[in-house]
Design a binder for this molecule. Structure first.
Ligand code: PAF
Length: 296
């Protein structure tokens, strides 16, 4: 890893930029031949992020470039959420990015993204931002859309890679790209799971040993419900109640567990059949876990 100046002097491969101006002046001289593939993150990277970066590398090929942003975005955290204690592990993140084939890291300070005293317009994601995660975390998706729009304007990628793990986030960002005619292709990468099915997440590190042991119940419940839909076209309300009951029986507190339309995320009613997406969120102690399963 190297700062832009060090890299220029030493020929070291991956470079790190902290300001929009230094990134822009470097990016202006990059070859436009291959794709520029962008993976936005908030750091605290794990193997799931590693898979996104590796996928980005594959897509970019040898002619293109992979850009990863590492920025813990304050505007997507509510006043009682974990912004202050959100894990910040920059040295490890940089090492993981380098191992997985990243070319450039953009890791600005909050003041670079949101200059003090400057008016800050924000994106209103509408209905899709107010349901599910948005109902529990008001304003969250406005913060996500706003920072991703800014990052897209700064990085100017050809491709944006998002994880399926945050299903609602990728669905809303896809709409933003479509509705604002942004010149970028969105690629959704599959969720990476631990051996017992738990979806990898930066927040898993908050779990105590018994909470970690109980956590795979969310994945198990989604897999059970997916099989029910495939085999029996179950009733939506009954299936949702049964999912809640399974998750709660393992000691977690279900916040939602339901089947929704894959694109609009509207909750489905009546008899269920593919395609649909199962979405679940539960509190495991003080830690919120989310997961989903696409039924195609
Ligand atoms: O998924 C995340 O890590 C964040 O919501 C994102 C997309 C990087 C925006 O801050």
């Amino acid at each position: 890893m190297a700062s832009a100046d060090e890299a220029a002097a030493t020929g070291v491969f991956m470079q790190i930029f902290n300001t929009i101006a230094t990134w822009r002046s470097h990016a202006a001289h990059l070859s436009p031949r291959g794709p520029r593939v962008f993976v936005p993150t908030m750091g605290a990277l794990h193997a799931g992020h590693g898979a996104l970066v590796a996928q980005a590398r594959k897509l970019a090929g040898t002619d293109g470039h992979v850009v990863v942003s590492i920025f813990v975005n304050p505007t997507q955290f509510g006043p009682h959420e974990d912004f202050a204690r959100y894990p910040r592990t920059l040295a490890d993140d940089v090492a993981l990015c380098e191992r997985c084939g990243c070319d450039f890291i953009f890791t600005p300070a909050a003041t670079e993204m949101y200059p003090p005293g400057q008016t800050q317009l924000s994106i209103n994601p509408g209905y899709m931002g107010d349901i599910l995660e948005g109902a529990i975390r008001p304003g969250h998706f406005s913060g996500v859309c706003t920072v991703v729009l800014k990052l897209l304007a700064i990085v100017q990628p050809t491709h944006l890679i998002l994880g399926q793990k945050d299903y609602q986030q990728q669905a809303i960002l896809r709409c933003m790209v479509r509705d604002f005619n942004l010149p970028v292709s969105v690629v959704t990468a599959p969720t990476v799971r631990e051996a017992d099915g738990l979806a990898m997440s930066s927040r898993n590190r908050y779990l105590t040993e018994p909470q970690r042991a109980a956590a795979p119940v969310i994945y198990q419940t989604l897999a059970w419900a997916a099989a029910e839909i495939r085999n029996t076209n179950s009733d939506a309300a009954q299936l949702s109640a049964a999912m809640r009951q399974r998750i709660n029986a393992a000691g977690l507190e279900t916040q939602y567990a339901l089947a929704a339309d894959c694109i609009s995320l509207a909750e489905l009613r009546g008899s269920l059949h593919p395609p649909c997406v199962l979405l679940a969120a539960a509190k495991n102690g003080n830690t919120r876990l989310i997961d989903n399963m696409l039924i195609e």
